[in-house]
Design a binder for this molecule. Structure first.
Ligand SMILES: *Cc1c(COP(=O)(O)O)cnc(C)c1O
Length: 426
């Protein structure tokens, strides 16, 4: 459920007509709905009701805009971060240190030190080598780092290969079978407060079964660790619950069903549970608003060439992702078209032979469910300006990231002395 609706034939985000934003800011532009984010934070909280003090640590990488993070901070959410940059963003947005968990396979000593200095709830360690580095860093600062291992339960998540993280060949976590020995090792290291265990098997999961299988293995591990005297007080169950992108497909499991499964499997573990939803919170809270440049005839279907491209929204090129595409002012008739951007790559295709609202040059179009992994991955490939972001709240709206113009991109480049001399023709 979201807050993008037709009003008098014009698509609005909450109280704001999208053509107004396009006219003032230009296109392409991301537009986010505050009410939708607040709603999803509430849905997640309600789904987890009955658990003892769960921590919902929003996965910052899905949408790291500080206005988005500030919106979620006001709903009491924490942050799951994967870099020093995300730590800085979370703190800048007002997320409390004790609500931050730090995931990722490549944490550097510098990132560890900055997180320890500022404070955090838990490091999710992804290797023994990382644990040894963190031990040294924390001990040299006279601190004890709160830690858990991210374990890899070796379950198939049944999702796209590029967003699967919990099978044996993935780079993430330590094999769950190696965990008892790894915990025994880190309990002897200085500078460690061993407190938790973490798991995250992948993204856009459309079935609860792999999650349930993974959680059951984590439960067994907690019992095994406790039996040898290792006190586990925190279990981080990760994120990954899917959201509906394609209305023609069955809906992914609801947060309520997910919550019921978690209560059944983990309700009696005697730990504080942590959750790391990303797209569930921000996915359908955003659209990418774009304008049709022209319609070009094609061999089987016309090409709809829009002013957004794979650099603005990478998901279709990266994961073969499906986004619903519609007119901002639909007139009724439909057309079948292949929707592409201006970038010089065949991969710059948003949809092939898609049946959608009939539109023509200069019409506005939206890509739905673009609030997660959209602007977060935007870049300037083909020397395109980096897409701005707008946050709507009721009838008001504000630019929350300005467009990074081509002149600014060029200004970041530099010509070295040896090329600065006037060009002499050969
Ligand atoms: C990406 C990620 C998430 C969030 O995934 P979603 O599919 O957006 O819910 C949570 N935890 C970790 C460790 C991640 O890498």
């Amino acid at each position: 459920m979201d807050h993008f609706h037709l009003k008098d034939g014009v698509l609005h985000c909450e109280g704001v007509p999208l053509p107004r934003i396009a006219a003032e800011i230009g296109t392409p532009v991301y537009v986010y709905s505050t009410a939708t984010m607040v709603r999803h934070a509430g849905v997640m909280k309600a789904a987890l009701a009955g658990l003892a003090d769960p921590l919902i640590a929003y996965a910052v990488k899905a949408n790291p805009n500080v206005a988005v993070l500030a919106t979620l901070a006001r709903q009491g959410l924490g942050a799951d971060i994967v870099s020093g940059g995300e730590y800085a963003r979370a703190r800048a947005a007002g997320i409390a240190a004790e609500k931050i968990v730090f995931s990722g396979v490549g944490k550097t000593a510098d990132e560890m030190a900055r997180a320890l200095e500022g404070g955090l709830y838990q490091f999710n360690l992804e290797s023994l080598e990382e644990a040894e580095m963190l031990s040294q860093v924390a001990a040299s600062m006279g601190l004890a780092a709160p830690v858990g291992f991210r374990v890899n339960p070796d379950v198939a998540a049944g999702t796209h290969a590029k967003i699967t993280t919990g099978s044996a060949e993935n780079k993430f976590g330590i094999p769950i079978g190696d965990a008892p020995a790894a915990y025994a090792r880190i309990r002897r290291l200085p500078g460690m407060k061993v407190q938790g265990v973490a798991v995250h098997i992948g993204s856009q999961l459309t079935s609860l079964a792999p999650l349930e299988a993974a959680f059951a293995r984590v439960g067994a591990l907690i019992a095994e660790l406790r039996a040898v005297g290792c006190a586990i007080e925190v279990a981080d169950l990760g994120g990954g619950l899917g959201v509906p992108y394609n209305p023609a497909l069955p809906e992914p499991p609801s947060p309520a069903d997910y919550g019921a499964m978690v209560r059944r499997i983990a309700g009696d573990w005697g730990v504080r549970l942590v959750f790391e939803p990303g797209r569930l919170i921000t996915g359908n809270a955003g659209v990418l608003l774009t304008r049709v440049i022209r319609v070009k005839p094609g061999a089987t279907h016309p090409f709809l060439i829009v002013d957004a491209a794979m650099n603005d929204l990478m998901r279709p090129a990266l994961y073969d992702a499906w986004h619903e595409i519609g007119a901002v002012e639909p007139k009724g008739p439909k057309m079948t078209t292949t929707v592409v951007g201006p970038v010089c790559e065949s991969g710059d295709t948003f949809a092939t032979a898609r049946e959608m609202d009939e539109v023509a040059a200069d019409d506005l179009v939206v890509f739905r469910t673009a609030g997660a992994y959209g602007a977060a991955m935007a870049n300037s490939y083909n020397s395109r300006a980096v897409t701005p972001e707008v946050l709507v709240d009721g009838d008001r709206w504000a630019v929350v990231r300005k467009r990074i113009e081509v002149a600014e991109l060029i200004a970041g480049d530099a010509i070295p002395d040896w090329l600065a001399r006037p060009v002499t023709a050969p």
